[in-house]
Design a protein around this ligand. Sequence first.
Ligand code: COA
Length: 379
Amino acid sequence: MAEEEIKKGLAGVVVDYTAVSKVNPDTNSLLYRGYPVQELAARCSFEEVAFLLWNGELPNAEELAAFTARERAGRRLDPVVKQVVDAIPTTAHPMDVCRTAASVMGARHELSEDSSREANMAKAVDLFAAMPAVVAYDQRRRRGQDLVEPRDDLGYSANFLWMAFGEESVPEVVDAFNVSMILYAEHSFNASTFAGRVIMSTLSDLHSAVTGAIGALKGPLHGGANEAVMHTFDEIGIRPEESLEEAATRAKAWMEHALEQKKKVMGFGHRVYKHGDSRVPTMKAALDKMIAHYGRPELLGLYNGLETAMDEAKGIKPNLDYPAGPTYHLMGFDTLMFTPLFVASRITGWTAHFMEQLDSNSLIRPLSAYNGAEERHVP
Ligand code: COA
């Protein structure tokens, strides 16, 4: 087969239709079920966006009340899942904890072998409701802290922060977190969604697809980049006493050196967006608010310095992980927890895709061109 017929990384290959979201790299736009993600981030709660991704329409007041009640009822960490989490050494990455928890939740689900749309919707909502408790508890146990029970008088984002930190967050912080959850929720046929669709296409179960998707998201070329961004900031050195300009100068020098060394700097570049990621301006605005709220202009200096130097040298723009990493850092999350936060959000988009896959399923099974040894025989 001619070299050019092989689409390495499936780059540019359209493999199926989806009605869940539309990414348009020419206009830098992203629509969830037709709605611009920026409008959703400005006007909706994450619960409303989850409902939209699954049902195709925003909820009316009655639907939202029923959905919210259902989500709040599913927030408590299953004691068996907690036991399993406790058995995982804290040397393991928190993404391993998420992946294992999703798998255990699947094995314990009362509808585990039922793949009807109703059962899959119930499983999706259960994962959505329960994953924050896993992520929040995992961070706490790594800090030697106890589990914090969920509060059903708080919305999804406020409760997530409550379970992670054991105190109520102020509305500005809750809003920024809500925006991050909405922006991370869905992005068409990205690597993890596609990995999960492949699993679903074998008529396996929804939790298996989510478990596989979590594995795909862990990699630094995908979701792991938000964590890697913070490692870059740490490597440059976070100095809260520094001015914005001083931090920017050091960051610029670091980037120039990194590019001379031909390093790939995480948080920049995108397979689909080549002129900038549609989600970045909204997330950057949330980061700016957090920088003002916590009084940390030097972080903006690091952010600007890296961005400018990358743009000047290669014209490569930041992706969503770039502003999301420092935002989560400012909120007080440990760096290792950043990609699990992405999981908690993306469960919504993933499961919307997995149900869509089943609705018009065809086994995903591409071909390969063989380039190994010629036929030979055992001597
Ligand atoms: N840092 C430095 N150079 C980068 C870069 C980055 N983050 N992203 C792309 N490039 C360069 C490549 O080195 C390559 O340069 P070359 O043509 O001189 O070899 C060119 O840009 C094309 O990159 P390539 O990796 O082939 O593009 P892709 O479409 O396959 O990659 C990513 C997309 C996301 C995998 C890539 O940009 C990347 O690795 N980014 C860092 C990881 C990250 O932030 N991932 C989160 C994505 S939301």
